[in-house]
Design a protein around this ligand. Structure first.
Ligand code: FES
Ligand SMILES: [Fe+2]
Length: 356
């Protein structure tokens, strides 16, 4: 694991930290996905927004990724609007240049002056894992959440997304781990609206890897990209406030829901939510599959895209837009045990950004 951390000492952090966006330590000290690794090519800077804060992202000529506050210390112009010259970012306003260590190397109107020591950009810790670009806007308290299937060569990995949600990221994540919406939001695929599954009590445990459920079985008319009916056993994990995964064990079944073989197929989705703002988020996923490895990557992506498009249409309508973390503001059935625990976890972490 390579973590790049050129951050200046805390007495030299930008004023924008006090001005806008998230102030919650639990979120600032966590890792957040801001893109796929393949989104960022060298030779130009990119602009992304995380937790209400503007960031400049660029890949240098050695391939190393940099994520900086999108701010030039001179007069506050956006470095993401600049250009890359000789492996340095040149600010679009007065052309000050910043090298890969975030130090200003040139003030074009005074080329013979050594730039002041405080003439620096504001870099954040960054790493690339599982094909995602992760950034931490504070002091990293944990590593990025585990994705054990990534290292299993028997499982094919396919990235799907990004899925723009005109919705709060916790609401989007909670939807991702919600078992009872399948027959209605994903009718004919993940569930049958005329014969919804009865969900039997399941357990949720807080572990070192976050909240983990026992396996929850449901019938799915088209359980996966192979186009077969299945009984699917879902095990959910909410690993961090904005990272979750499920693994489902799929058994192919006949029209009466009876297994037609002992063969098991595994399908995992690892999902990350980028909180752009309190009410706008971007979901990115990586899917790991066993038998579906025979299906084309595009077929797998198409199915995941269809499911998240159906989800967004509902999650974008939920009100209040910010998630009510106090349980008394919405009604929770025992089937919603995981969501209850998730909201209580957000509260115990002291999270206020995106929460009502
Ligand atoms: S604001 Fe960037 S060089 Fe002046
Ligand atoms: Fe869904």
């Amino acid at each position: 694991m390579t973590v790049t951390d050129n951050r200046p000492k805390s007495d030299n952090r930008p004023l924008t930290l006090q001005d806008i966006g998230c102030k919650d330590e639990a979120l600032l000290n966590d890792w957040h996905v801001v893109g796929y690794s393949t989104d960022f090519e060298s030779g130009r800077p990119y602009s992304v927004t995380l937790l209400g804060r503007d960031l400049a992202v660029w890949r240098d000529s050695t391939g190393e990724l940099h994520v900086w506050e999108d701010l030039c210390i001179h007069r506050g112009a956006r470095l993401s609007g600049g250009t890359i010259i000789n492996n340095q970012i040149a600010c679009p306003y007065h052309g000050w240049r910043y090298n890969t260590e975030a130090k200003c190397t040139l003030i074009p109107s005074a080329p013979r002056d050594k730039p002041m020591a405080k003439a620096r950009a504001f870099p954040w810790a960054v790493q690339e894992r599982y094909g995602f670009a992760w950034v931490c806007l504070g002091d990293p308290a944990n590593d990025v959440p585990a994705f054990p299937q990534w290292d299993d060569e028997a499982q094919k990995k396919v990235h799907a997304g990004p899925f723009e949600f005109g919705a709060n990221g916790y609401r989007a994540l909670e939807n991702f781990v919600d078992i009872t919406h399948f027959p209605f939001v994903h009718s004919g695929i993940n569930g049958d609206p005329d014969n919804p599954d009865e969900i039997h009590p399941y357990s949720v445990e807080m572990t070192d890897e976050g909240l983990v459920t026992s396996e929850i079985p449901v019938f799915q008319p088209i359980g996966d990209s192979r186009g077969r009916p299945t009984i699917s056993g879902y095990t959910y994990r909410i690993q961090r406030p904005l990272v979750a995964a499920f693994t489902k064990r799929l058994f192919d079944v006949d029209e009466n829901h009876r297994p037609i073989s002992d063969d098991v197929n595994y399908f995992t989705v690892y999902a990350t939510a980028q909180l752009v703002s309190e009410t706008h988020s971007i979901i990115r996923t990586c899917v790991a599959v066993t038998k579906e490895g025979a299906v084309s990557d595009q077929t797998i992506k198409d199915r995941v895209t269809m499911v998240f498009t159906q989800d967004e249409a509902i999650v974008g309508t939920q009100r209040p837009e910010r998630i009510p973390a106090e349980l008394r503001y919405e009604l929770h059935h025992r089937n919603d045990l995981l969501a209850q625990q998730y909201r209580s976890w957000l509260r115990s972490l002291g999270i206020t950004y995106g929460v009502i």
